[in-house]
Design a protein around this ligand. Structure first.
Ligand code: SF4
Ligand code: SF4
Length: 413
């Protein structure tokens, strides 16, 4: 696409990236067919091509308006368009730049700013979220049904094995996951322990920064990244093999640290090292597939036979990891029911389900219709956001897939 950047953006690092991406778009429109917001709203300005056009106008000097901001806000950052695009347009990177510029120029009203700040602090501060959740869970029974569905019942994690193996890996605990679903990281630790790998967390690590980053607070996102890098590097130096991600939304962010900090002389190299060491739990287990096969499935523990799998956008489009979870579940003896429109977002998308509830609700209904069409006994996914969002719309249990592996495996034969 012919592009002439405005003076303010020419020869700036962001301007150069944006110009390269804008020029790679040939305006073909293939991406419209797989964009969830275009599917729901039917408006070109709520499609990848339309948003690219809006960002191009702003980068060429047009003044963005509240309407520009609305169309960019409505994007789920699912990056389905990147998977579909035949020209390799890096839409996610362009959106980061476009949203940041528009945020600075258009701003937000007091109420909206306060809501976004509260989300950032509340969800990104584990002790705060934990306390609020516990309070909600105590009075859950007194609440109306629609509110009960938004507050999951308290869960227990089971034992976490003490570190005992020479092989060690780190885990990112996450912000909301330990409070909402403590069993996910515990189950991951148990599965890896059976494979001869001890899993532990670096106490100084915290939120991956995705929440702040996607709410356009770039500095806060980068501050989280730097803190985590400082927390993890000593462990990598001491022999930890990988940083394991059990939430694909965090995984896609940490894998991007190298890109996000590429211009920071103090952190560029360290960030690239951390990103390279970061693996989704499915990547770790696929690499250990031979050892996994030697663990004996314990059929009576099978929590369900027929399952439906929802691959999160942050796994399939963000990290470009497809087919791995399905292969591991099939190896373990589960029957995966066919699911239509696997590529489409469920509507969770970080804080999207709170900030854009109508679109998120429509996408959730559509996703659950597709997931339940094959009459599964259980739904599994790979990201805490998708899990809680889907669970709020169905009576079927929704779990992280690694919990199923943990439930059916026992010690090596
Ligand atoms: S982003 Fe890709 S698929 Fe969409 S219009 Fe541009 S070139 Fe075509
Ligand atoms: S990231 Fe998702 S919602 Fe946003 S334009 Fe691309 S396909 Fe559409």
């Amino acid at each position: 696409m012919q592009t002439t950047l405005a003076e303010a953006f020419r020869n700036t690092p962001e301007g150069e990236v944006a110009e390269r991406i804008l020029r790679s778009c040939v305006h073909c429109g293939f991406c419209l067919a797989t964009c969830p917001t275009y599917q729901v709203l039917g408006n070109e300005l709520d499609s990848p091509r339309g948003r690219i056009y809006l960002m191009k106008q702003v980068l060429e000097g047009a003044t963005p308006t509240a309407k520009t901001q609305l169309h960019l806000d409505r994007c789920l950052t699912c990056r389905n368009c990147e998977t579909t695009c035949p020209s390799g347009v890096e839409y996610g990177k362009l959106l980061d730049i476009g949203r940041h510029i528009v945020e600075k120029k258009v701003g937000r009203g007091i109420t909206e700013s306060a809501a976004r700040a509260a989300l950032k602090t509340g969800l990104g501060t584990p002790p705060l979220f934990n306390t609020a959740l516990k309070l909600g869970q105590r009075v859950r029974g007194l609440m109306p049904g629609f509110l009960q569905a938004r507050i999951p019942a308290a869960e227990t994690a089971g034992d976490r094995p003490a570190p005992r193996h020479a092989r060690r890996m780190l885990v990112l605990e996450g912000c909301v996951q330990p409070a909402l679903k403590p069993n996910i990281n515990a189950a991951t630790a148990r599965v890896l322990d059976r494979l001869g790998i001890s899993l532990s967390a670096a106490p100084e690590a915290g939120c991956c920064g995705a929440l702040a980053h996607h709410l356009n607070d770039i500095d806060a996102g980068l501050a989280s990244a730097r803190r985590n890098i400082d927390a993890w590097l000593p462990h990598l130096d001491a022999g930890a093999e990988a940083i394991v991600m059990t939430a694909s939304g965090c995984g896609v962010m940490v894998k991007d640290y190298g890109w996000l900090l590429r211009h920071d002389p103090a952190y560029a190299e360290k960030a690239a090292r951390v990103s390279a060491a970061t693996k989704d739990v499915s990547e770790i287990l696929l690499a250990e597939r031979g050892a996994l096969a030697r663990l004996k499935p314990h059929a009576p523990r099978l929590p369900a036979k027929r399952i439906a799998y929802h691959p999160p956008c942050t796994l399939q489009h963000g990290q470009k990891l497809t087919g791995g979870v399905e292969a591991l579940l099939a190896d373990a003896g589960f029957e995966l029911v066919p699911v239509a429109e696997k590529h489409l977002c469920c509507g969770a998308a970080g804080t999207y389900s709170i900030l854009q509830p109508d679109i998120a609700g429509q996408l959730k209904t559509r996703k659950l219709d597709n997931l339940t069409a094959g009459a599964p006994e259980l739904i599994v996914t790979a990201n805490i956001g998708c899990l809680t969002h889907l669970q709020s719309g169905t009576a079927l249990p929704v779990k992280h897939w690694v919990e199923l592996l943990d439930a059916i495996l026992e010690a090596p034969m």
